[in-house]
Design a protein around this ligand. Structure first.
Ligand SMILES: [Zn+2]
Length: 236
């Protein structure tokens, strides 16, 4: 029998919301990202253990649909946070997946990902594969069958929110092309170019805007700290 242990997923969701970067209220939420190091600091083993047993109405119903028998929560929590000093398989984590699910209001769905051994390495390897249809039919087929509206809502939210949590590491490539949905781990970004007397920045050169930025250290695989790249094409 499940017991209430004092932590509700909505409390942790509010904490998660404060972890996005850059810390600038002028930047829309959909252009911000959640650094993995901050997510890791939020999800201690104890927090995850409590979150898995959240007794809010929604978590309770989802858990009962996708895992009618109460699983061994302590084992699931260990797998989610991983063991950095363990074997290769013990090192794998599910914290990015759990953060996305917490953000979209359904952390209990993490059980479906654990059942399929599909964690952070899988979503980092192929982010585009995790479409709304794919997540629904792969990780919560029973929920899709019993509560199709919930299933579609979570699938659609997952499909969009994943970009704010799974962010590419910037490597040595001279030129990189990303899908427009990808959120890049940039901070202190500003547009550069010819500056008009009124302070307006006007693009120089052809067909592109140019920005200066810093790459958040944990996503920086190159030694040059400030780069200039054409990131955004003009409309016409
Ligand atoms: Zn809950």
């Amino acid at each position: 029998m499940e017991t209430w242990n004092g932590l509700c997923c909505s409390t942790l969701r509010m904490e998660l919301d404060t972890l996005s970067s850059p810390d600038d209220s002028n930047i829309p939420d959909n252009q911000k990202f959640f650094p993995k190091s901050r997510i890791r600091s939020l999800f201690s083993y104890d927090q995850v253990l409590q979150l898995l047993q959240c007794s809010c109405h929604q978590c309770f119903i989802i858990r009962n649909i996708i895992s009618p028998r109460a699983p061994a929560y302590h084992k699931l929590a260990s797998r989610i946070v991983g063991n950095p000093n363990g074997s290769r398989s013990a090192k794998r984590t599910y914290i990015l997946i759990l953060a996305i699910l917490l953000c979209i209001g359904s952390p209990a769905l993490i059980i479906g990902f654990l059942q399929r051994d599909s964690g952070d390495p899988e979503i980092e390897e192929d982010l585009e594969k995790f479409t709304s249809d794919y997540t629904q039919q792969t990780f919560w087929p029973k929920l899709r069958e019993i509560k199709p509206f919930w299933s579609k809502t979570f699938g659609d939210r997952f499909r969009w929110k994943k970009y704010n949590f799974v962010v590419p590491t910037i490597g040595h490539e001279i030129f990189s092309l990303y899908s427009e949905s990808v959120v890049l781990p940039f901070v202190e970004q500003r547009r550069i170019g010819h500056v008009e007397p009124d302070g307006t920045v006007v693009s120089e050169g052809a067909y592109g805007h140019t920005y200066a930025f810093k790459i958040l250290e944990e996503y920086d695989a190159i030694s040059v700290r400030i780069c200039n790249l054409g990131l955004e094409q003009d409309d016409g």
